[in-house]
Design a protein around this ligand. Structure first.
Ligand SMILES: Cc1cc2nc3c(=O)[nH]c(=O)nc-3n(C[C@H](O)[C@H](O)[C@H](O)COP(=O)(O)O)c2cc1C
Length: 229
């Protein structure tokens, strides 16, 4: 099967999505599409290289939003029968909000719109499914309560991307999620994979509910629900 897989800028369900993507890539041709935020967030969680390694060769491409400019020429493939299915996982509330309102101004929302026009079956795994609170995972974080503001910051010295301002914060746009800072700090002041609780907004839950009403779109709860492997 030839699959197009879109990743948006969500930390929630990201690792789970990449795990399924790795499995699918063993037996299927998978083209991976990253929204601008998807690319950034993959790097923050240290998963960009894992995804990049899955690509190389015809229809095993890594398509970056930044390379597709404003008209996303690559998404024309969805009208030409190139792909059997499109999967978007994880899907941010931002992308869901745009899809349900017919907006197609990002690589991923455009791919979904073109898939609808080309009758390509689309599977979407939203991060915001049910109202209430949700536990989600953070990338590397400098814990200021624990930070000793050392004269020489071991975490900053160990960072290959120069992403840490000692005693202040980690610049996540520079962070590549390698975790060297977590190992280097003797005081354990840098956490990685910390769980926090966030509240689901009603508008996002309502938008997710509207998704299932769009023809050609199938909404799944979790990437492991993709039983196409
Ligand atoms: C570390 C990090 C984690 C994020 N996780 C989520 C998330 O789980 N769900 C979500 O809706 N947005 C999340 N965001 C915010 C999105 O990346 C942001 O709304 C972005 O504009 C989405 O763009 P896209 O939908 O085109 O990918 C996160 C941002 C950061 C920096």
């Amino acid at each position: 099967m030839r699959i197009a897989w879109g990743i948006t800028g969500a930390g929630h369900l990201l690792k789970e999505s990449v795990n399924i993507l790795v499995e699918l890539s063993k037996t299927h041709e998978v083209t991976i599409l990253l929204s601008g935020a998807g690319e950034e967030v993959l790097k923050m969680y240290g998963l960009f290289e894992t995804v990049k390694k899955l690509t190389g060769g015809k229809y095993r491409e890594l398509v970056l939003e930044a390379d597709q400019h404003a008209s996303f020429p690559m998404t024309g493939r969805f009208s030409l029968g190139t792909y059997d299915i499109l999967v978007v996982s994880p899907t941010t509330s931002n992308t869901i909000g745009k899809i349900v309102n017919g907006i197609a101004d990002t690589l991923i929302t455009n791919a979904v719109a073109q898939s609808g026009k080309g009758m390509v079956k689309t599977y979407i795994i939203p991060v915001d499914m049910e109202s209430g609170d949700l536990q989600t995972v953070l990338p590397s974080k400098l814990e200021l309560d624990t930070c000793q503001d050392c004269e020489i910051c071991e975490a900053a010295a160990a960072c290959p991307s120069n992403a840490i301002t000692p005693g202040v914060e980690i610049n996540l746009l520079k962070c590549e999620g390698c975790g060297a800072c977590q190992v280097a700090c003797s005081f354990g002041a840098v956490t990685g994979g910390k769980l926090i609780t966030i509240h689901m907004r009603d508008i996002d839950i309502q938008n997710t509910a509207k998704l299932s009403e769009i023809e050609g779109i199938n909404v799944l709860n979790h990437p492991s629900d993709l039983n196409i492997i």
